[in-house]
Design a protein around this ligand. Structure first.
Ligand code: ZN
Ligand code: ZN
Length: 318
């Protein structure tokens, strides 16, 4: 029997191309096929086409879709085996056998359809429209910071990096303390954070030391960790969100001398992110720069790589 075909934005290792000849998605055991409604382009997608993770296939992991019954869902991106010791202990996002949607060995959501494990689904309340629902995954990653580190309303917190993740982390931290500073290189990107968050150019803080109780590195650059260590007060906490920092020679002596706690931080709680969007605790609308239909996905991808552009959203069903 001839299987129906679908569209999908496909990375083959040398180019990003909208293909119209992909086989329709088949659900494997435990999976559900969703029709994709909208999908966001993430910096991770841009890094994949520069070689990150060696991925090949349909890109996209920040999406909202609908099942055969018409229910809207977002889905966690780590597809765990749910049988190994890590999974049984509840660390499914660290399952050593996992695939990751649109990142490791599993086709992503920049397509008409996507297959995801039923166990990964989270229903989206009506109050959260599609263009905010695509932020659940990165917003959950931002909430992971306050899942891992106890931040109180007297804590002075800095987020290094004025990209989308940095801004989301700053906004989430702003829900627990008024003392949040976003540090970045670009005035226009810093301004996106809004005026309840203090904005500082990196150059203004180049001589500062021990200024903050908690510093989050979301720079995506090798120098971020070094700056974070310098800016954190003794016995303070450094949170690392940067995954692609290349090799660098950081002296770890300040971590010892200042008795810093260093926390690596990745995927986070979807339920908390959905709740924050439903209650409008964290604004994400202002981060959408452009919206493209799937037929113009290649253009959307090029747009997302342009300097100064925040979130680019692709509408699939429309
Ligand atoms: Zn992402
Ligand atoms: Zn497992």
């Amino acid at each position: 029997m001839l299987r129906p075909i679908m569209r999908g934005l496909f990375w083959d290792g040398s180019s990003v191309r909208l293909r119209r000849d992909l086989a329709s998605v088949q659900a494997r055991e435990g999976e559900v096929v969703l029709r994709v409604r909208s999908v966001g382009i993430c910096d991770t997608d841009l890094q994949i086409v520069r070689g990150y993770m060696g991925f090949r296939g349909v890109l996209g992991h920040e999406f909202v879709g609908v099942d055969a019954q018409g229910q809207r869902y977002v889905a966690e991106i780590n597809n765990a085996c749910r049988r190994c010791a890590a999974c049984v202990a509840g660390r499914t996002s660290h399952c050593p056998h996992r695939t990751v949607l649109g990142i490791v060995d599993h086709d992503g959501a920049m397509a008409d359809e996507v297959a995801v494990p039923r166990a990964n689904l989270h229903a989206v309340p009506e109050a959260v429209e599609d263009h905010r629902a695509v932020f659940v995954e990165p917003l959950a990653a931002a909430f992971q910071v306050i899942e891992q580190v106890r931040v109180t309303d007297t804590d002075r917190v800095a987020v290094l990096g004025d990209g989308k993740l940095g801004i989301l982390c700053a906004r989430v931290l702003r829900t627990v303390t008024p003392h949040v500073t976003l540090v970045g290189r670009h005035a226009h990107k810093l301004a996106l954070a809004g005026d309840t968050i203090t904005q500082r150019r990196s150059s203004e803080l180049s001589d500062a030391r021990h200024t903050f109780d908690v510093v989050v590195d979301a720079t995506g650059s090798p120098s971020g960790l070094e700056d974070a260590v310098r800016l954190t007060r003794p016995r303070g906490t450094v949170v690392l969100k940067t995954t692609v920092a290349g090799p660098h020679a950081l002296s770890l002596a300040p971590v010892v001398i200042d008795e810093l706690t260093v926390v690596g931080s990745r995927c986070g709680p979807f339920a908390r992110a959905i709740d924050a969007l439903a209650r409008d605790l964290v604004d994400v609308r202002s981060l959408v720069s452009e919206v493209f239909p799937l037929d113009r996905a290649e253009e959307a991808f090029a747009c997302a790589s342009t300097r100064g552009v925040a979130k680019v959203v692709i509408d699939v069903a429309g």
